[in-house]
Design a protein around this ligand. Sequence first.
Ligand code: SF4
Length: 348
Amino acid sequence: MLDDIRLISEAELKDFIDKSGEKKYRYEQMYRHLWQLGTASFDEMIDIPKAFRQALSNRFSINRIQIEDKFISRDKSIKYSFLLYDGERIEGVLIPSNERVTACVSSQVGCSLSCKFCATGYLPLKRNLLFHEIFDQVIVLNNESILHFERPLSNIVYMGMGEPLLNYRNVMESIARITSPKGLNFSPRRITLSTAGIAKMIKKLGDDNVKFELALSLHAADDEKRSRMMEINDSNNLQTLSDALKYFYDKTATRITLEYIVFDNFNDSLEDAENLSKFARKVPTKINIIEYNPIAEVDFCNAKEDKFNKFIAYLERKGHIVNVRKSKGKDVNGACGQLALKKSIHRI
Ligand code: SF4
């Protein structure tokens, strides 16, 4: 297989241009095609001489991810299955609202963390995505957003398959290309990275002084309950996480989003709300209450309406910023990993 041109170094590409007898400015043209326009093939680079395009395609490939399937929900969100160059699959979602179109992107094929409520948690980790495969999801979803909603993406969330902080280098490189003025020039403030909670890497985000938003999938503010749902809590307990979030905040001055699904008879009592309130007060935060998109593998379901409302009212009385996020794409397996999990079950 030919090397993906996006994986070779600047020096190598410049050398190739030079040895092909081409002008130095071809490098800037190539860069613009690859990282600003997201051009999918050498043939489409029509401002580059045909002979050089041929030389490029004899030596390199552009392994752009492909849309394998797409499912449009009644609520207008669109779920995508993407095929990668090696036959692996990942998922992405487009979520339109009045003022936004949000792309949810994946960072790994499968996941090593096995969170009980998550479809991807039931898939083995196959591999990390390369930075250009994450970048491609943004390019493809942006094109799809223009096609279906007549406007480009306004927000990007790293909340699809995989734990982004366990693929740190590729995730950071993808964000660098997405936000660079020489790349997509997307505002980092419109990008959110969501983590299940890897304390050491949250601190590293602080050391790297990132400008994007950080969200923690919390879901329980009591170690015993959280560990029952998310094994990662055994090695990254709430105290460690809260220390890491404080460190992150001190370095970046960025308020952290806490994500919380209120599960029926699990974490929906006023005592749970009080635990959440105490945790949320340790560092500047806002709380996103997320409606659950149930999966067949486990019998978690959303809290009853009455308890749910009391839970929210309690947090608001305590002065927290609380947003309630409706689940999207329920009719199209919108939660991350649901499509892939179904396919793996079918294959069995
Ligand atoms: S919630 Fe995130 S970290 Fe947990 S299993 Fe799912 S994809 Fe992995």
